[in-house]
Design a protein around this ligand. Structure first.
Ligand SMILES: [Zn+2]
Length: 239
């Protein structure tokens, strides 16, 4: 969702006028969208680096002088919906290789009202530059814990009443859309595994169900962070 934009600069003004083109500069825009007059290339500058009213086109070197500034929107905490209480969802990320994927998982978890992230095996944990880059602070809002042995942890959580869905493309997997037509468990633990090796077989054997997302193209699976976001939001919006 884009905030309301304000047109701030327009065409052939002399430099004297340009200094007055960008209003509210004391209220700094979070981004400016520029358009090249020569080749039409339209590009974003975010974060905004300087107060100049023109930019050089990165494609043709021409002067890009049509700018639309985007200002931060005031936030109203009352307008935020409270997280859907059903089902309670936690994530177990076992042996993920990429810190960017972990950061992305944190951000999705924050948005979707996930109660806890279990990070196991070699999965990178905060504080980590790569996680921060994609989590954008969500690594500080979502509770998480680090564990050495994922199957041991999963066995404990299962004994405590969690239903475990292992998210994996496998011939025997149940399509997520099929499971979403059934009554959802109260406490759902979604398990994601290594980007290349997949989910540890010892974890798979502890799962109540192996669950897959529908694939319509040539590839057999999604990036783990994309799969996680798609699955979590499908579950959230189904209940
Ligand atoms: Zn251009």
């Amino acid at each position: 969702m884009l905030p309301i934009s304000t047109i701030i600069a327009n065409t052939n003004s002399c430099s004297r006028r340009r200094s007055a083109i960008i209003p509210h500069m004391q209220n700094k825009p979070i981004g400016i969208f520029w358009e090249c007059r020569a080749c039409g290339f339209r590009f974003a500058e975010a974060p905004v680096q300087s107060h100049s009213a023109t930019r050089q086109c990165p494609i043709c070197g021409g002067e890009a002088i049509i700018g639309v500034a985007v200002y931060p929107q005031p936030t109203n905490p009352m307008s935020r919906p409270s997280p859907t209480p059903h089902p309670t969802i936690a994530l177990l990320l076992d042996n993920l290789r990429s810190a960017y994927n972990v950061g992305s998982a944190f951000r999705t978890a924050d948005g979707a009202g996930i109660t806890h992230l279990y990070l196991t095996g070699i999965t990178p944990t905060p504080p980590h530059q790569g996680i921060s880059k994609t989590a954008l602070g969500a690594e500080r809002t979502v509770p998480w814990s680090k564990h050495l042995n994922a199957p041991q942890l999963a066995a404990r959580l299962r004994s405590e009443g969690w239903t475990i869905w292992a998210m994996e493309t496998a011939p025997t997997a149940i399509p997520l859309q099929t499971l979403l037509k059934t009554e959802l468990p109260k406490h759902l633990l979604l398990v994601f595994g290594n980007e290349v090796a997949g989910i540890d077989p010892a974890l798979l054997s502890l799962a109540n169900a192996v669950v897959s997302l529908p694939m319509f193209g040539a590839k057999e699976s999604l990036n783990v962070a994309s799969a996680l976001a798609a699955a979590v939001y499908a579950i959230r919006t189904a209940s």
